[in-house]
Design a protein around this ligand. Structure first.
Ligand SMILES: Cc1ncc(COP(=O)(O)O)c(C=O)c1O
Length: 488
């Protein structure tokens, strides 16, 4: 909206002294009107106050009052001694008094606003002095800048197009991914893969295109998905299913609810968010058998698969799915870079095409640059090089946090010992309002993820992550957190 120019504007107008509208209002209206129409441009000067008073045939005080109002709106700058310059022609400023009631619109949108705690987390993550003890992302210190430089060089040497791509995403990426996924015992064709902007978009596409009113989404208790509103509209309901140390317990599902509409089960079987639990191999078979019997499709969210410390986790449920029961989600957000916004859905061709069609209607495809970059990460073998190094770093970070917990929390909480992933699920021994802990910690510049955002029930838990904060920050932050909990 801002077009720069210079010079003084030309005025050939006078206010109507016989009008009921005050002279000041008329002058402000006239000046705003000329700027909004684009007759006068940002950078141009208005005549001096003395000259304006002459031109409009009014007192200097009327001019001063009018300019001061325009200045308060941010439309002109009247710095002393420099005259008056137009600094903004943005419509929202100029028509400040007549903007629509956006609040009303916001309240009537289909998608509900985020949970306020999550809004606060999203916001405070970017406040400089904050220590992030719950962030589910790799620390920027762990990002392989040297490898990225090689990948970018390879991409820049390719003679490629950055235009829109075909509905399922870049063929080269889908083919490379199919090759890569063989190491997880997944045998997939590129036609069964849809590239998405992170697995979160995969969930959004699923909820938009294959679920509807009366659908039930069965999820682990607790679950990352509970913290999102992705299944929380258009009549879809979420029902929780308990877990034990081997993962979700399918026999606890009330199968009468399945008869009511199109239902689906969402699971994070590997390094579960937030509890860190990994579903055993037997439980994977058992779950698939139960779901097949009840014709219940499964969304398997496997974004943490690569992050094991020593032994790889059991193969995905999708790898034993011979009847197209499972929609498999993956992404590079946890293993490489969430900012690439690259993930994938693998499933039966008919479903993948349906989801791809909705995606085309939504955004015309994920960034082609990111897709080319990811293709090269896989093709060059550098992704594998990075991930092997990253696993070692992550294990060190995890052990460091576990030592701190032993020192500062052993008498006030219990926790799991992770074998991979990012999270430690800290259970506080006494019953305390976890929301209050969150706010007290925030006052001390510590950001935690309170457990109740992941749960259908109140709990005494905190999701800690060892993937983000530096050792020093982890230590300082955990000492303060332990003191806060002790005082409550
Ligand atoms: C289980 C799970 N799925 C999906 C996501 C979002 O991943 P993406 O960045 O690929 O959208 C997260 C992020 O925390 C997650 O924990």
């Amino acid at each position: 909206m801002k077009t720069k120019s210079s010079g003084t504007v030309i005025i050939d107008w006078k206010p109507d002294k016989g009008s009921d509208i005050t002279l000041t209002k008329q002058i402000i209206g006239y000046l705003k009107g000329r700027i909004a129409k684009g007759d006068w441009l940002v950078g141009q000067k208005l005549p001096s106050q003395r000259k304006l008073a002459q031109l409009f045939d009014v007192n200097r005080s009327t001019i001063a009052e009018s300019l001061s109002e325009l200045s308060a709106l941010g439309i002109v700058d009247s710095s002393f001694g420099k005259g008056t310059t137009i600094i903004n022609n943005t419509w929202s400023l100029i028509f400040a008094g007549s903007t629509p009631d956006w609040n009303n619109y916001i309240e009537h949108g289909i998608h509900r606003p985020n949970n306020p705690t999550i809004q606060a987390i999203n916001k405070f993550e970017f406040f400089e002095p904050i220590t992030r003890l719950g962030t589910g992302e790799m620390s920027p210190d762990e990002f392989p800048c040297d490898l990225m430089a090689s990948v970018l060089k390879r991409v820049s040497d390719l003679n490629i197009s950055y235009n829109y791509l075909e509905p399922l995403g870049l063929y080269e990426l889908r083919a490379g991914l199919c090759k890569y996924l063989k190491k997880f015992n997944l045998s997939v064709e590129p036609s069964q893969v849809l590239i998405v902007s992170g697995s979160l978009q995969a969930l959004q596409l699923i909820s938009l295109s294959i679920l509807g009113p009366n659908s039930v989404v069965l999820v682990e208790e607790p679950s990352y998905i509970k913290s999102l509103r992705v299944f929380d509209f258009s009549g879809i309901t979420m029902k929780n299913v308990p877990m034990d140390k081997d993962g979700i317990q399918p026999w606890m599902i009330d199968d009468t609810i399945l008869k009511k509409g199109m239902s689906i089960l969402y699971t994070i079987p590997t390094f579960h968010n937030p509890t860190g639990i990994t579903m055993s191999e037997n439980r994977r078979s058992e779950l698939l058998r139960w779901c097949r019997l009840n014709q219940l499709p499964i969304i398997e969210d496997d974004v943490y698969r690569e992050l094991y410390f020593d032994d790889p986790p059991p193969f995905p449920i999708k790898s034993i799915d011979t009847s197209g029961n499972v929609l498999y989600l993956g992404s590079v957000s946890k293993s490489l870079a969430p900012g690439f916004r690259i993930g994938w859905i693998i499933g039966p061709e008919s479903i993948v095409e349906r989801l791809g069609d909705i995606k085309m209607q939504t955004d015309y495809g994920s960034s082609s640059l990111s897709q080319w970059i990811m293709t090269e990460w896989f093709a060059s073998g550098l992704y594998e090089v990075h991930i092997q190094k990253f696993r070692k770093q992550l294990k060190k970070r995890c052990f460091f946090m576990l030592r701190l917990l032993d020192m500062y929390f052993s008498d006030i909480a219990t926790w799991n010992i992770p074998k991979g992933g990012f999270y430690i699920w800290l259970k506080i021994n006494k019953s305390i309002p976890i929301e209050k802990v969150f706010h007290h910690a925030l006052k001390d510049n510590i950001l935690i993820n309170p457990g109740d955002i992941y749960s259908f029930k109140k709990n005494n838990c905190i999701r800690l992550s060892y993937s983000y904060a530096s050792n020093q920050d982890m230590e300082d932050g955990l000492i303060k957190l332990s003191n806060i909990i002790r005082k409550m």
